[in-house]
Design a protein. Structure first.
Length: 417
């Protein structure tokens, strides 16, 4: 018996391309809270506020950790109140924080602003956008998430090029004000679109032979407390955390790190472009394979790319070798984020997906707090960003090896309790 005309199944995947587009736009609009965009503000902040680089890195670390603490509650709110309603609140708060940042004149106000943009920008808005696509797309979910992640990440990676130009011509405060107004103008309409969408009732399953919907898949309703007992939950979370921590550290100090290798500030900012292109290609490719490929393999591969990019930084001598470095770094981040978003819906179902991904996002965002400080301290200890990155490459190597030996959750059932 087929279910191609079952209303519940039909509602479950609604308007897939509209959903992916809306999720992509929301992800792009999280850029003001992402490290790639904040990185171009670092040198102007140091100059205008008369603070040290270590003080700025510490402010960013503290703010990121405090901002991450709210994400489990936001994840549960997505499940309880609906993605659209929560996203409206996120958009309102995010815009207000950016407008407030345009008035900052000292380190305490900056830290409070960082708390806001990291919590509602990188954390809450990114979580809501990914969860929306994972919940509302039930056929070829991996590909949909891959496209959303690719487009969103490409937009985020391109933002620093535009922002660097805007800061030079308009000033830092004006740019933050423009970002806040733009968030209000774009995120709130996207949130209202998601608010109109009904939550899917069932999970359709494709026949392996024909590719058509042949049955309604068994409903997996793992709670967050059940999911955290699965080893693969922590392996994927560790992969996302390693990518977030180390990738954030490298991006936060990208202008200085690539400057150390001989690139100008403009060339260093432009390196976000190859990162975006590589991320675009890899996330779509990994997304297309996500429903067939074992997540452990994808996690291991992404960790190999991350370790490779960190080691390759020592070989960068000009913009062209910088392109190779940027491509490796972008590819690693795109792969692991796509695997995380797709695999948790696959393993644990979507009923409690917000709460489950809220935990992961908390760990991931929290991990990014340490990246900039680790690179900054490493510079003080060994005198080089590149050598520091090469030493820290051991972290993704360990995670990648562990991923290959971790057992997968049982998709036919779930633990009790």
């Amino acid at each position: 018996m087929t279910h191609e005309h079952d209303p519940a199944v039909r509602r479950s995947h609604g308007r897939p391309w509209a959903i992916v587009t809306a999720g992509s736009v929301a992800t792009v609009m999280s850029a003001p809270g992402q490290t790639a965009a904040i990185a171009v503000f670092t040198d102007p902040l140091i100059d205008e506020l008369d603070i040290t680089r270590n003080a700025l890195s510490t402010s960013y670390m503290v703010a990121t950790l405090l901002g991450a603490c709210a994400l489990p509650f936001i994840g549960r709110a997505l499940d309880r109140y609906g993605i659209g309603r929560v996203m409206v609140a996120i958009g309102l708060v995010f815009g207000a924080v950016l407008v407030a940042l345009s008035l900052v004149t000292e380190i305490i106000g900056l830290t409070l602003g960082f708390i806001g943009v990291r919590m509602v920008g990188q954390g809450a808005l990114g979580l809501a956008a990914s969860t929306a696509v994972a919940v509302h797309i039930t056929r070829r979910r991996g590909l949909a998430i891959g496209i959303k992640t690719a487009v969103g990440s490409a937009g985020i990676a391109m933002a620093p090029v535009l922002l660097e130009w805007m800061i030079r011509h308009l000033g830092m405060s004006t740019v933050w004000l423009i970002e806040g107004l733009l968030v209000w103008a774009v995120v709130i309409p996207v949130a209202l679109y998601f608010r109109r969408l009904p939550r899917p009732l069932v999970e359709p399953e494709r026949s392996p032979s024909s590719g058509s919907i042949s049955a309604v898949a068994p409903q997996l309703h793992w709670t967050a407390s059940q999911a955290v007992r699965a080893p693969m939950f922590w392996i994927i979370t560790a992969g996302v955390a390693a990518s977030g921590m180390l990738g954030t550290g490298l991006q936060f100090h990208q202008i200085a790190a690539l400057g150390e290798r001989g690139l100008s500030p403009t060339e260093a900012a432009a390196n976000f472009v190859p990162q975006a292109v590589a991320m675009l290609v890899v996330t779509i490719g990994v997304g297309g394979l996500a429903d067939r490929l074992a997540p452990k393999v994808a996690v291991a591969a992404s960790m190999l790319l991350l370790a490779g990019s960190m080691a390759f930084l020592t070989l960068v001598t000009d913009p062209w070798t910088g392109v190779i470095y940027g491509a490796l770094l972008g590819a690693s981040g795109g792969a692991v984020r796509t695997v995380e978003a797709a695999s948790f819906a696959r393993y644990f179902g979507t009923l409690h997906l917000g709460a489950i991904r809220g935990i992961v996002t908390t760990v991931a965002v929290g991990s990014t707090a340490f990246g900039p400080v680790m690179l900054s301290l490493g510079l003080d200890l060994v005198g080089s960003y590149a050598l520091t990155a090469a030493i820290l490459a051991a972290i993704p190597v360990v995670v990648g090896v562990a991923a290959l030996f971790a057992p997968e959750p049982d998709r036919q059932g779930q633990p009790t309790g």
